[in-house]
Design a protein around this ligand. Structure first.
Ligand SMILES: Nc1nc2c(ncn2[C@@H]2O[C@H](COP(=O)(O)OP(=O)(O)OP(=O)(O)O)[C@@H](O)[C@H]2O)c(=O)[nH]1
Ligand SMILES: [Mg+2]
Length: 345
């Protein structure tokens, strides 16, 4: 399945049906009176968050969504049928913005949540409605109200418990593949990962969701490399897993580069708890491990865990550390406010 996390679509709700002007005409009944029915209501455009979707790719192929118009009222007091709603199925974690990309209309974070984006016009009253003691044969009916149309933007922010960040080649995808059933592409060149990927890790009988995102490099916030546009997908994570490649240069400097990009992106990423990990220990001698771990500790101001994502050494400890933070944060029920998230067109 292709991944797309932003889409711009046009929606239109249905017009209400007009009311009818009609009079009862039957043999032997005089003064039958008005019997024009009301028009039906136009359909709404509704967004519904559903499980099992994690891309907005469908909205690349179809960008116009129109609800049906209400039908007109008819004689014999028959009410026009209501227009059918247009229901947009979107992945859990999708935010809906106005066309400006700034004004948040809705944030659907749970499956089954729905929101009406454009309400259908009401149907008009038929002439039967206007009958009064002084006007017993009204000859007018209301037209239906028009529907409304607008352009909206969808922005998907995947919902994961932990987000993996690091320079390209740090071993983020290798880690995800080692702890979950996800099969991300892994290779020894930078920017192997082009879009975020989720996986479910389990440890000690507990499960949580991890997100692997493309690597960050210096200047990512200015668009260097793949830029920082995928950082939106770790905005809602409870904890960051910061992986540093022990075989590549100065682990402390690598750590600081990524932190600087997280800082520049803002949106509270640097306030999140972070588990710092030195990876690729299998390819390092004991002295190198010590030296890199010390550099990393000085930069991060906490003792890193040392692992090999390839051999699996140290990996369960990392999962346990992540799970502990996830539980702690859940207990404090800190909910990140993502309403001010920047729009990346
Ligand atoms: N020796 C060793 N190599 C590793 C380890 N983890 C990852 N690698 C290698 O490092 C390279 C990069 O791994 P990836 O998992 O693709 O790295 P990434 O961080 O996802 O990279 P991007 O997607 O480009 O950001 C691959 O050749 C991996 O085989 C490890 O623990 N030990
Ligand atoms: Mg990768």
């Amino acid at each position: 399945m292709k991944f797309l996390d932003q889409a711009k679509i046009f929606i239109r709700s249905g017009n209400g049906g007009g009311g009818a002007v009609s009079f009862r005409r039957e043999k032997f009944i005089e003064y039958g009176g008005p019997n024009g029915g009301d028009g039906g209501k136009g359909g709404d455009v509704v967004a519904l968050a559903v499980d099992g979707l994690n891309t907005l790719i469908d909205y690349r192929y179809q960008q116009h969504f129109t609800a049906k118009n209400g039908r007109g009222g008819m004689g014999k007091d028959r009410h026009g049928a209501n227009g059918a709603d247009a229901v947009l199925k979107i992945p859990v974690g999708t935010q809906i913005y106005e066309e400006d990309g700034d004004t948040l209309l809705a944030d659907l974070t749970q499956a089954g949540q729905s929101v009406v984006l454009a309400r259908g016009g009401n149907g008009g009253f038929g002439n039967a409605h206007f009958k009064t003691s002084t006007n017993r044969a009204p000859r007018h009916a209301n037209p239906g109200q028009p529907g409304s149309e607008l352009t909206i933007r969808l922005r998907l922010k995947l919902i994961a418990d932990a987000g993996i960040v690091g320079l390209p080649n740090a071993g983020k995808s290798t880690f995800l593949a080692a702890v979950s059933a996800a099969k991300p592409k892994i290779a020894d060149y930078p920017f192997t990962t082009l879009h975020p990927q989720l996986g479910v890790a389990d440890v000690d009988g507990r499960e949580f969701v991890l997100a692997d995102i493309p690597g960050l490099i210096e200047g990512a916030h200015e668009g260097v490399g793949l830029g920082d546009r995928f950082l939106g997908h770790v905005e809602r994570c409870r904890v960051l897993l910061h992986l540093v490649d022990g075989t590549d240069g100065d682990a402390g400097a690598a750590y600081k580069t990524v932190r600087a990009e997280l800082m520049a992106y803002a949106h509270g990423l640097t306030d999140k708890p972070e588990i710092v990990v030195l990876n690729k220990a299998d390819a390092l001698g004991p002295d190198d491990i010590k030296r890199q771990a010390a550099l990393l500790k000085r930069a991060a101001k906490k003792t890193p865990l040392v692992i090999s994502a390839v051999t699996g050494d140290g990996v369960p400890e990392v999962l346990r550390a992540l799970l502990k933070v996830i539980d702690d944060v859940r207990r404090d029920s800190v909910v990140a406010n993502t309403a001010d998230a920047a729009w990346h067109p």
